[in-house]
Design a binder for this molecule. Structure first.
Ligand code: ADP
Length: 172
């Protein structure tokens, strides 16, 4: 028997998910392979005026995750939060915060956030993952803008999210 103890590792992937995109799903699938359990934290306060209310953002993340859970077998829990990220990480027992990096443009913000979080709670590590080339440039912000201007967003978001985004945009 090996004397190496396996510690149960929980990862936390936080974001606004307004709405969830194929870029987010790519990161979730990668993170699911790295941890024994993944918590996807949906930030209640998504800047000024999110397109989707928090309950629907959570619902969509949950629904779109099903395929990833089936593929990886890793339990994934989706939870809304409105507290300090490092506090939330402690609350869910996460050892690691996962963030996605797109282009250089994300770096400055992510660098500052990781640094400040480390100062507040050094026992929680932040790791950065990159999506596959196909999904790297996708952002929720542009998805919303393109949809509002009548463009085709079907290759950027999963099916149910596409349907709901088009419905919301039509109502506005
Ligand atoms: P926030 O509102 O904090 O920017 P988002 O919901 O936009 O949160 O994204 C959550 C995390 O996922 C962030 O770390 C963001 O950089 C990352 N992310 C979003 N889209 C992509 C993508 N296409 N490829 C890689 N990472 C991404």
């Amino acid at each position: 028997m090996s004397d190496v103890q396996h510690t149960w590792r929980i990862g936390l992937y936080p974001g606004s998910f307004d709405p969830i995109t194929n870029g987010h799903l790519d990161i979730i699938a990668r993170a699911a392979r790295m941890f024994d359990k993944l918590v996807v934290g949906v930030a209640m306060n998504a800047g000024k005026g999110p397109l989707f209310p928090i309950a629907e953002r959570v619902e969509l993340v949950q629904a779109e995750l099903a395929a990833v859970t089936e593929r990886t077998g890793t339990p994934i829990e989706v939870r809304p939060f409105d507290t300090l990220l490092v506090k939330f990480a402690a609350e869910v027992g996460a050892s690691t915060i996962v963030r996605g990096l797109r282009a250089v443009s994300d770096f400055d913000y992510e660098f500052q956030m990781a640094g400040m979080n480390y100062r507040m709670r050094p026992e929680v590590e932040t790791v950065f993952l990159m999506a596959s080339e196909r999904h790297q440039f996708i952002s929720s912000r542009f998805v919303k803008e393109i949809a509002q201007l009548g463009g085709d967003i079907s290759s950027f978001v999963p099916a149910l999210t596409l349907e709901r985004t088009l419905a919301r945009v039509a109502k506005r």
